[in-house]
Design a protein around this ligand. Structure first.
Ligand code: VGL
Ligand code: ZN
Length: 192
């Protein structure tokens, strides 16, 4: 069964950046496997004239999440570097709306709604349901989907089009479970 898309739907592609893919400084396991799926999701939304949002982690060199500054991550997605660029195989439409986050040195910001214009744009465009895919299930996908649910949006997770860091085994599955408990729906790329 295909999911019927509505005029108030949009796609949020989370952090499909070089540093989170193979060869990057914080490569998410098996992340390259989702590129074709994410591209097919993007095509489906674009073909229906629906908005595609792409978030990106966009840190200053001295970001608080980096180990050298007391955080838990290696330096990654530093604004202006290769690692912060979207993966070259990702096919974003010209109309993509890019949301940069984590731009403040002193503040971790996993969510695409944290100190960004995303909610404003969603409101402007009268979006009611967000389909979410990308990286990483247990960090930025989790935080973004949670904030969207908190803000009253319907959220559908495209479960085969995301991957988790899994610092602790099962983090990705637990993230999905907690989002489902908070009211998120799930689908897959092929059902779209
Ligand atoms: C992310 C770890 C650090 C993510 C961002 O995009 O999920 N993970 N910064
Ligand atoms: Zn980050």
């Amino acid at each position: 069964m295909r999911t019927a898309l509505q005029p108030d739907d949009a796609l949020l592609v989370v952090d499909m950046q070089n540093d989170f893919l193979p060869g990057g400084s914080l490569a998410v396991p098996d992340s390259a496997a989702i590129i074709p799926q994410v591209n097919s999701c993007i095509e489906r939304f674009t073909a229906n004239g629906l908005p595609v949002f792409a978030s990106r982690d966009f840190h200053p060199t001295d970001h608080i999440s980096f180990v050298a500054n007391g955080g838990q991550w290696p330096p990654h997605c530093v604004a202006g570097t290769w690692g912060a660029e979207f993966h070259p195989d990702l096919r974003l439409p010209d109309s993509v709306i890019i949301i940069s986050k984590g731009t403040d040195a002193g503040r971790e910001a996993y969510s695409a709604l944290d100190a960004t214009p995303l909610s404003e744009v969603l409101e402007e465009k009268a979006i009611e349901r967000l389909f979410v895919c990308g990286l990483a299930t247990d960090y930025c996908v989790l935080a973004s989907a949670k904030d969207l649910l908190d803000a009253g949006y319907l959220v559908t997770l495209i479960t085969d089009s995301m991957r988790a860091v899994n610092v602790h085994e099962g983090d990705g599955d637990r993230a999905l479970q907690s989002l489902i408990e908070l009211g998120a729906s799930t689908t897959t790329c092929n059902e779209l």
